[in-house]
Design a protein around this ligand. Structure first.
Ligand code: ATP
Length: 239
């Protein structure tokens, strides 16, 4: 199935008596798109924060590209957080150049990196206009471009299509699929939207109250629940 990029074992996060994520174990490979699916409070955001080293696990461990040290992991992941903020007065290109510089890319090369990323996310023609004029969908695509600045092995997207209109959703999903296919990046995305999981995810973890209820391909999950569609399986499991 290709190279293992992410491996989590028994990952647990507790806040006092509350367990946000409990005993999470899974493996992801190059080019895979893993969907984290679950109702509010299931632990999706906490999982992403753990795997991007923003939070420290109470117990358990994980590796990204075989690395377990947080500084090494940070170099190898990209993340689009749930509600990313943008400097309104910058242009998309300035924003990406700045982040390229933060990752140690030379001043002379940072502009070319920004241009390449803008083209990759379908915004080559808008890079020199201010972010304040961007639609929500464009901001999300800019955020994905920013998350790709360090050529991550694993890209985490927290509800990337939340609040987008159907055209914006389709653009983001197409982009995610292209990033995984073209770059071989592993994508881990959280969502409430079942149809987008069915559409683009190669594997799914259904979480509820911090625990993995079931994991597999969308088809496997539906078949094991004896239903035709993942959405029916999900509703039956989390009801
Ligand atoms: N800093 C915190 N302190 C205490 N409890 C927390 C904290 N962060 C998260 N939790 C709890 O952990 C659980 C999981 O939260 P999390 O935000 O990971 O869920 P989620 O699946 O991302 O939900 P949503 O779909 O609403 O974004 C929830 O019960 C939440 O209240």
């Amino acid at each position: 199935m290709g190279v293992v990029t992410l491996r989590a074992t028994g990952l647990t996060k507790r806040y006092g008596a509350r367990t946000a994520v409990e005993d999470l174990s899974f493996t992801a490979h190059e080019g895979e798109i893993v969907g984290l699916l679950g109702p509010n409070g299931a632990g999706k955001t906490t999982t992403i924060r753990l795997l991007t080293t923003i939070l420290t696990a109470t117990s358990g461990e994980f590796t990204v590209a075989g690395e377990s040290a947080p500084a090494e992991i940070r170099r190898r992941v990209g993340v689009l957080p749930e509600s990313a903020g943008y400097p309104a007065i910058q242009t998309g290109r300035e924003y990406l150049r700045y982040h390229a510089r933060l990752f140690g890319i030379e001043r002379s090369a940072a502009g070319a990196v920004a241009d390449r990323l803008l083209a990759e996310v379908g915004m080559a023609d808008r890079g020199r206009t201010r972010i304040s004029g961007y639609s929500r969908g464009m901001r999300q695509r800019l955020g994905i471009a920013r998350a790709l600045v360090n050529e991550p092995v694993v890209l985490f997207l927290d509800e990337p299509t939340l609040g987008l209109d159907p055209a914006g959703q389709a653009q983001v999903l197409t982009l995610v699929r292209e990033v995984a296919a073209r770059r071989g990046t592993t994508v881990v995305l959280s969502t409430h939207t079942l149809h987008e999981v069915e559409e683009i995810c190669t594997s799914v973890l259904i979480l509820n109250r911090g625990k993995v209820l079931v994991a597999g391909t969308p088809r496997e999950i539906a078949e094991s629940a004896g239903v035709d569609r993942l959405s029916d399986a999900f509703l039956a499991m989390t009801r």
